[in-house]
Design a protein around this ligand. Structure first.
Ligand SMILES: Cc1cc2nc3c(=O)[nH]c(=O)nc-3n(C[C@H](O)[C@H](O)[C@H](O)COP(=O)(O)O)c2cc1C
Length: 366
């Protein structure tokens, strides 16, 4: 079993690097979010503050690297590169699903390398929600946390991936009750994340009620696990292709979640630039999370990973400068417009786009 899991994780890395496996027709929706340029920013770029705190830990910028890997030698190198970079930059990271090492202790080091290389960074352990339905419980959750001395545990929800993968586990009945139990009994905060299909307002509310401490929307617009499974299947099964772009776009999922819950919401799924990060934060995301672009840098090394993350941070800082926001709090107040398909979709769902429209017509502060 552990062997199959490891093989699958190795396939994911290979496919994401070689084929991309990105959404094709669906977009993240960030193209529908418009921040307004200030010719008179009236701020000193040097003095802009983008530091934040998340679940009690300080971060130099509201950015983490999403859960990706573990289990293999290559994964060890990737986790090490990411960990070294986030430690230097004072950011955070998730490791990939730890199922392989929970089932085979010999693989623990492929995840534990993250804490070794990042003694102080914010680290997130990872297990699958569906595994909770199939026998995992508090013991496995604790094991995942201890393995990397994590600050939080992410429980990932990947119904689409399980549905299209031949060996997928498709019984999700009771998953919310299991999440509630873990969130209630664990002494570390639980984050629930999707993996590329988004989280609706209703599901976000249910997760908040379950005692989850943060939600990562993981919307459509970036890495597509239907695409990954399409490339994994030898004959390119039509069912995977049909679901290639399935899900709630990240920006829409984010707006639904932040308008519904009080717990912090992380934006991920197709976040590809500091501008995307700024847009997410202006919509009240607490953090943004990037995965696939970091994977590409991490296979090259820690230096390349650090360069990529630094570039995203400098882009984010530029946006704050150009919209005249001296800190992240101000970024959530600057004029903003939600347009296009994202606004249409939210209107159909009866979400309060009027609030954003009001921000689009509000005057600048001088
Ligand atoms: C190669 C690869 C492996 C992944 N493995 C996991 C995983 O084990 N657990 C998890 O929660 N998410 C996993 N993800 C999903 C990411 O955490 C993230 O939700 C998704 O890739 C969307 O972000 P992106 O568009 O920036 O890639 C993986 C993503 C990639 C690219």
């Amino acid at each position: 079993m552990a062997h199959e899991t490891v093989k699958r994780k190795a396939d994911h890395i290979k496919i994401c690097l070689e084929k991309g496996a990105q959404a094709r027709t669906a977009t993240s929706g960030f193209e529908d979010i418009h921040l307004i340029h200030r010719a008179l920013p009236e701020v000193d770029r040097q003095r802009i503050s983008i530091s934040t705190s998340f679940l009690g830990k300080k971060l130099s910028a509201p950015l983490i690297v999403g859960a990706m890997t573990g289990g293999t030698e290559e994964a060890t190198k990737i986790n090490a590169s990411i960990a070294e970079a986030v430690e230097k930059l004072h950011l955070g990271m998730g490791v990939g699903s730890q199922r392989a090492a929970i089932e085979d202790r010999k693989l623990e080091k492929t995840y534990a390398v993250a804490r070794k290389k990042a003694p102080t960074a914010f680290l997130i352990a990872n297990i699958g929600g569906v595994q909770l339905v199939h026998g995992y419980g508090l013991k496995e959750a604790k094991k995942a946390i201890e393995m990397i001395d994590a600050d939080a545990l992410a429980i990932h929800l990947n119904a689409l991936q399980e549905a299209v993968q031949p060996e997928g586990q498709t019984n999700f009945k009771g998953v919310l009750a299991k999440i509630t139990k873990i969130a209630g009994e664990l002494d570390k905060p639980v984050i629930v994340k999707e993996t590329g299909c988004g989280i609706s307002a209703e599901d976000a509310k249910a997760l908040e009620d379950a005692g989850v401490k943060a939600i990562d929307v993981g919307g459509v617009g970036g890495t597509s696990f239907a695409a990954v499974e399409y490339y994994r299947s030898t004959n390119g099964k039509a069912i995977d292709e049909a679901f290639w772009d399935w899900g709630i776009p990240t920006a829409a999922s984010l707006i639904e979640a932040v308008q519904t819950v009080k717990i912090p919401v992380i934006a991920s799924g197709g976040v590809r630039s500091g501008i995307d990060i700024a847009k997410a934060l202006s919509l009240n995301a607490s953090l943004a999370s990037v995965s696939r672009p970091v994977l590409e840098a991490a296979v090259k090394g820690a230096k390349e990973t650090q360069e990529l993350l630094s570039c995203l941070i400098e882009e984010l800082r530029n946006v704050l400068f150009l919209v005249g926001a001296e800190n992240l709090e101000r970024l959530t107040k600057v004029p903003l417009l939600v347009a296009g398909k994202t606004a249409e979709r939210l209107n159909i769902r009866d979400f309060d786009t009027a609030n954003y429209a009001k921000r689009s017509t509000s005057t600048f502060e001088y």
